[in-house]
Design a protein around this ligand. Structure first.
Ligand code: GLY
Length: 328
């Protein structure tokens, strides 16, 4: 499974671009990452015409206004269909850059170079691109597969803020719960999360599983919905907190969503109490979970209606049958 991870990510990118006879490259990144790694991709300039576009960091900049600003910069520089956009960053950059690449001149090539745990295991893979609209997450976007995903280099996680690491960990728990009991058992052993504990094998397990699901259902019509386990509550929590001006990272909201959805499944008799106790233990070990009461349910309910899994106005949930197995 080594093809999904590497200790020389820039080399992997260079090889891909050289194979593709690329001339023009735009590297899209955010202000946080650019401050940390200002020269990380400088070697590309020895081979191609390279320009860097830096957007302000933060989910609130995953907007149509930001997309327009990038389209305008590409147009001013007269980039044509030969352009390759390299999205160097986390989920926000992959979503925004993927959206711009899919739409500029009706589509230019796009590479995702994930630098966060969340992007390595989820956002960089599968071609979902989007911007947010009026606090509704990923409201406007399209599915278009990237031409290449640079294998994950866990060294990059060492500079990731703890909140972002935790956000990726929320998605990692999701993959363990839907796809791998052995991964879940390993995660249960972790006392305290740090970049050093993240094993390349865990990333490979998630990427391999996601690739398999995306190949079955690239357009997100049926099987792919399993990847949205925890996201019905997760997206509602994320949108509600963003509207309050108190944003929470995506994967943190997903981790809380997972716990609420497992609780609901247990109450409805679809998930055993023993399994629920383990999920509860793992999530509370690493995340602060708000009390789930009627007041919270009232705050979240308008956002459930925006969930993209819904059909005919009915809110759809993904459920587990047991830890490591999802009900399709
Ligand atoms: N993040 C869920 C998906 O890509 O389908």
């Amino acid at each position: 499974m080594e093809k999904y991870t590497t200790n020389n990510a820039t080399n992997a990118l260079l090889n891909f671009l050289q194979e593709q006879s690329v001339r023009q490259v735009v590297v899209l990144t955010d202000s946080n990452l650019d401050a940390l790694y200002p020269h990380y991709l400088d070697d590309l300039a020895q081979h191609f015409s390279v320009e860097k576009i830096v957007v302000p960091a933060g989910e609130r900049h995953k907007s149509i206004e930001q997309a327009k600003a990038i389209w305008q910069q590409l147009l001013e520089k007269q980039y044509d269909k030969n352009l390759v956009i390299v999205n160097f960053g986390g989920g926000m950059i992959c979503d925004l850059g993927g959206f711009v690449a899919a739409t500029y001149k009706r589509g230019v090539r796009c590479v995702n170079f994930p630098t966060t745990l969340l992007a390595m295991i989820d956002a960089a893979i599968g071609g979902k691109t989007a911007v947010n609209l009026d606090h509704i997450k990923n409201c406007v976007g399209l599915i278009r597969q990237p031409d290449f995903v640079v294998p994950a280099d866990v060294q990059l996680l060492k500079t990731l803020p703890q909140s972002e690491l935790l956000s990726g960990f929320g998605e990692l728990i999701k993959y363990a719960l839907i796809a791998s009991r052995p991964l879940f058992d390993e995660l249960l052993q972790l006392d305290k999360l740090s970049a050093e504990c993240i094993r390349s094998e865990w990333i490979s397990t998630c990427v391999e599983y996601k690739n398999k699901i995306v190949a079955m259902d690239p357009e997100d019509i049926k099987e792919r919905h399993v990847l949205n386990f925890g996201h019905t509550y997760g997206h509602a929590i994320e949108s509600w907190r963003a509207a309050l001006g108190q944003p929470v990272p995506h994967g943190v909201a997903v981790a809380i969503g997972i716990l609420f959805e497992c609780h609901k499944a247990m109450q409805e008799g679809h998930f055993t109490k023993d399994d629920f106790i383990l999920v509860d233990k793992l999530i509370r070990q690493h995340f602060e979970v708000p009390a789930y009461d009627e007041a919270l349910e009232r705050q979240l309910s308008p956002y459930f209606l925006q969930d993209k899994k819904n059909k005919n106005g009915e809110v759809a949930f993904v459920q587990l049958s047991e830890i490591g197995k999802v009900r399709l």
